[in-house]
Each structure stands twice: as C-alpha cells, then as structure tokens.
Design a protein around this ligand. Structure first.
Ligand code: DON
Length: 566
C-alpha cells in the first residue's frame, strides 16, 4: 500500500518540477523547539524567539505580527483566527480571536429588496469587513502564557516593515495577480505599498512605513494601540469613507474569548481542536470517527474505496455543518451530540461501500467553483513541551483589498463566512442557514482547524492549513495518512489530497491523486471528479515516539514555507 502512495508522490514531484520531495529540504528536526510557517522569514523570527528563551506562545505572537508584514495576503493584524494550545503540563485551551459582525450588521444586509443575494458586498470593499480580532487575540495570548516582553515580540515585524523585505517570486506574482483588484478598492490613496507603477519582480524590496508606525503603536500601547488612538481613528475614517459600518464602539467592544478545547477520541489518540465558532473541530472529529468505523486502513491509500468512503463521510459532515453550526454565543450548537458515537453510528449507517449517495437529494443550491484563497497556519512547539497551532486569516487573498489609508494594513472580508441568505453559497461554495445567519456582534462560522494530537498523554502532532472549506478535509487526510496508512511525517504532508463537501456533489482532486482505473471506477459509481491544482498548505509538527520533533512544511505546494528546528 505504501509503495503505491510513494509512486504517486514521486510522479507528483516530477510533475511539479521541484526537488522538494527530497525530505531533507522540507523537513527539520529539532530537540529544543520547532516552528513551521508559510514564510521562511516568519519561521526564523519564531525560532529566534525560542532561542532567546521565549516559549512557544511568545514565538507565536512574534510570528503572527511578522506574517502581517512578510505575508500580507493572509498574515494580518486586521483579520482573525483561532489558537489551539497544549501546555507542557498536558492542559488544553483554545483562543477564539475570530472577527465579529459590527453592531450595525443585520440579517439581510447583503440581500436586495427583491430578495437577491448581494454576494459581492460580503466579499469586497468596506462592507465586507468584520471587526478585527487578531491584535486583541495576541494580547490575550501573551497576557496568559507569554514569558518575555511584549515589545520584543513586535520588534522583528517593525524591522521588516521599516527596513523592507525582499519579495520572493511567489509573493511578487501574487501581488501582481491582485494588482487591479487592490487598485480598484483604493483609488485616490497616495501610498498603497502593495502596488507600484510597474509589476513587482522577485527581489524587489517591499517597504511598509505606515504599517511600521501602526506596529509601533501596538508595541507601545498593546490593545489600545490598535483599537484606540491613532490606529482606530485611521481605521474608522477609512471605513466611513468607504460606507462601511464598523464604529469606534465595535472596536472598543471587541474581545477575544478563551474557549474550552474540543476533545475527541480517535483510535488510541486524543484529537484536540477548535470548537465553534469554528466548524473545524466538530467536523474533523466526525470524519475521523467515520474513518475508524469504516476501517479505512484496510483499503489502501488512493484506492477507490478510500476516496469513496471519505467522500460519503464528508457529504454528511458538511451537511451537518450547514445546518447545525454557528457562533455558540448566539446559537445553541449541539456539539456533544454531533460527535457522539450514538449519533455518528446512525448518521453514517446508510453509507454503502459500492454505491454513491446523492447530495442533491438532501438539499439543492447553486454553487461557485472553489478557487484558491489564502489563509495561513503555523505550528510551534518548544523544548518544555508547550505547543500551539494557529490558523489566521483575512479570508480572501489580501482580504477585502482595502488598505487603511495612513495605517498601511489590509482589512479582512470575513463577513462572507456568514450565511448571507439560506442556501446561497459563499466564496467557498459553503451554504448555511439560521445557525450562521448575520446578527450584530456574532462571529461568522469558520472552517479553520488548528489541531493537536496526543497519544498516551504525549504530544504527537501539531497541524493545520489554509484552504477555506478544504481546511477540514486536508487536516483529516493528514491524520489519516499518519494513523491509517502509516506514512512518515513528510509523506503525510506531500501525499496528494482530495476534497468533497456535500454541495457541490463533486470530488476535487490534486494532480495524480488517483490513477485512471480508480478514476473510472469512481466515475462509474456516479462521482463527478474535478481536477484542482492544489488543496491546502499544511504546516505540521510531528513528535516521534523516540522524542524526535519533526517539522514539515508543505514546500511542494508553497515553496516559501519553512520548518526550522534547533
Ligand atoms: O474561516 C474560514 O473558514 C475562512 N475564512 C478561511 C479562509 C481561507 O482559508 C482562505 N484560504 N485559503
């Protein structure tokens, strides 16, 4: 079975034309700590903090701010995210710094008088912005778990913004791809650092002086440096000029929330993940329990049965997501029932090993094709045994594309993660209903799935990825690859991925994820297979039974990412 997985991998690597399947390039071993992020500069920042004696949580704060400068498409100070934490003494916690709907938001704010959904407004421009959570989140994280001074954690980001960073080829190309969209949302502004007169080239220096000043205010005044004073003034004036609805009161009210971690059992492992308002933890635990029930390991990686069963599980889990999941502060999410064995035995009981079920029979919906969007995930472990998995986002690439004039940072477009009208899909093709309807101060449902795996009371994995709705299934597949198919850490990350989500009733596959015979067999069963260039971008840490800490970046999908251990 592993032989087959390996040959698929080799083909994938040859096709992508990179030597990154040479494990030495992507893997990093460390005994004192490990940092894996989407950008090597941010990984260096995190590793430096650990070397200076900071713990995993200090490093996470420094990485979050560094990513806001070196990886502006997803790293952020005006987005939000989730952190899943395991402390060295084996305790768990999670931090919800997800954005909120502004006070002036209302259920039908993206529906016109004839009842048509105005999806664009939830995705672009000032009305798409949720009240940002990242800065308050980092302050809370530092207050509770930090061990070195706050000022030190901001300094690397400030230096990057002030001295400039050399653009990688990937970042230069991404900025160029979004040039017109950024220009459209920022017309008339003087200093938009994310576009210039000509196209960006690899090696160009990106200076962000306005962002540097904003970061200095946060360094000096912590929370108040963002939600009050000059930054708040600039942010609110930007919002008002663009007819947005966020007010000073929204900024003042914003509070990140500590939530009890969602813990589920899968084989002899504990899965520690994010509870609502992320759907990630519930969906992941449902999927893993389903995989266990169907003994996926008996079928072989990339077999017809492997992909068929995963798809059938995902169909049911994403249908549950659409109906039952939303912000628990506003909607009574039946969490324990959804992950209970009794419920799942019943829920998965109609899955047939050789017959496809039909999503359209459950509920119909017109659905967009899922494109590639960016969020970012990073995983950090320190020598004491503390670990943190953070997934953070502006939602779309460069968020709503609006840069706060004079403050140099991009705003999120997270409002699109609400269900703007029952059955109307968002940009990830996800549908929802009442549980995820817009209400003032409510958090929009997320798929972000920062996760920690423990076995026999020991830390085993810290993992997560961007990818919108594909986040859950990517994390699922990485755990399955390790636990069911016994892949090595880097094989888990490199292995081709597939994705399905109830609606649309399709299976997305990465290049060469399946051979022609398997593809034909799946199609004969009625599965519709759609090729997709890449799914997810994992940033994983694995702790081996012998204590080796292995960091795995997803460099075959994103070559700027890096694992650094020491
Ligand atoms: O919270 C969510 O589920 C989405 N806003 C995440 C967006 C995302 O992952 C985009 N990236 N690839």
């Amino acid at each position: 079975m592993m032989k087959k997985a390996y040959s698929i991998l080799l083909i994938l690597c040859l096709l992508i034309g990179q030597s990154s399947c040479d494990q030495k390039e992507t893997i990093s071993k460390g005994s004192d700590g490990m940092v894996v992020t989407a950008h090597f500069l941010a990984s260096e920042v995190g590793a430096d903090i650990l070397k200076q004696g900071g713990n995993a949580f200090d490093a996470a704060v420094a990485v979050q701010f560094a990513l806001a400068v070196v990886y502006p498409r997803a790293g952020n100070i005006a987005g939000g995210g989730f952190a899943v934490i395991r402390t060295a003494d084996g305790k768990y916690n999670t931090l919800d710094f997800r954005e909120k709907a502004p006070l002036a938001a209302y259920e039908n704010m993206y529906v016109d008088s004839s009842g048509n959904a105005l999806t664009n407004l939830g995705q672009k421009g000032h009305l798409a912005v949720g009240v940002p959570g990242s800065v308050d989140g980092m302050c809370e994280l530092h207050k509770k778990y930090g061990s070195i001074q706050w000022e030190k954690l901001l300094q690397p980001a400030i230096d990057f913004a002030g001295n400039g960073i050399k653009l990688t080829e990937l970042e230069a190309n991404k900025l160029n791809d979004y040039r017109e969209r950024i220009l459209t949302q920022n017309s008339g502004k003087k200093e938009i650092r994310y576009v210039k007169d000509t196209l960006f080239l690899k090696g160009d220096i990106l200076l962000q002086p306005e962002l540097k000043e904003t970061l200095k205010r946060i360094q000096l005044d912590e929370r108040e440096g963002f939600y009050g004073g000059k930054t708040a003034e600039l942010l609110i004036s930007e919002i008002q000029n663009g007819n947005g609805i966020i007010t000073n009161e929204d900024l003042k009210n914003y509070k990140a929330v500590w939530r009890e971690a969602l813990v589920g059992k899968y084989r002899d492992c504990k899965i520690i993940s994010m509870p609502p308002p992320s759907s990630g933890g519930i969906a992941l635990i449902q999927l893993l329990k389903g995989a266990e029930k169907f003994e996926l390991r008996n079928y072989g990686f990339a077999s017809m049965e492997h992909f068929h069963i995963m798809t059938e599980l995902e169909r049911r889990v994403y249908a549950d997501r659409a109906t039952w999941l939303g912000d628990p502060d506003f909607y009574d999410v039946p969490t324990s029932r959804l992950i209970s064995d009794v419920y799942l035995d019943e829920r998965f009981s109609d899955i047939s090993i050789d017959k496809k079920s039909d999503s359209q029979e459950i509920k119909a919906g017109e659905v967009n094709v899922i494109e590639s969007f960016e969020t970012t995930h990073f995983s950090i472990a320190d020598k004491a045994g503390n670990a943190i998995a953070i997934t953070t986002t502006l939602n779309g690439n460069y968020g709503c594309k609006v840069v706060v004039d004079g403050a140099g940072f991009l705003l999120n477009n997270e409002m699109d993660d609400f269900s703007i009208k029952p059955g109307v899909p968002n940009q990830f093709g996800l549908v929802g209903g009442m549980a995820n309807a817009i209400q003032p101060e409510k958090r929009m449902l997320s798929s972000m799935t920062p996760t920690i795996v423990e076995k026999d009371g020991e830390l085993r994995m810290v993992l997560g990825t961007p990818g919108g709705s594909t986040i859950i299934t990517s994390v699922f597949q990485n755990i399955i690859n390790a636990m069911e198919f016994e892949m090595t850490p880097q094989e888990c990350v490199n292995a081709p991925r597939i994705h399905s989500q109830w609606l649309p009733d399709e299976i997305y596959i990465e290049p060469n994820a399946i051979d022609n015979v398997t593809r034909e067999r799946l199609e004969k069963m009625g599965h519709v297979i759609i090729d997709m260039s890449k799914i997810g971008m994992m940033a994983n840490i694995f702790v081996q039974e012998n204590g080796d800490v292995i960091g795995c970046a997803d460099t075959i999908r994103h070559k700027d990412s890096k694992a650094i251990g020491y």
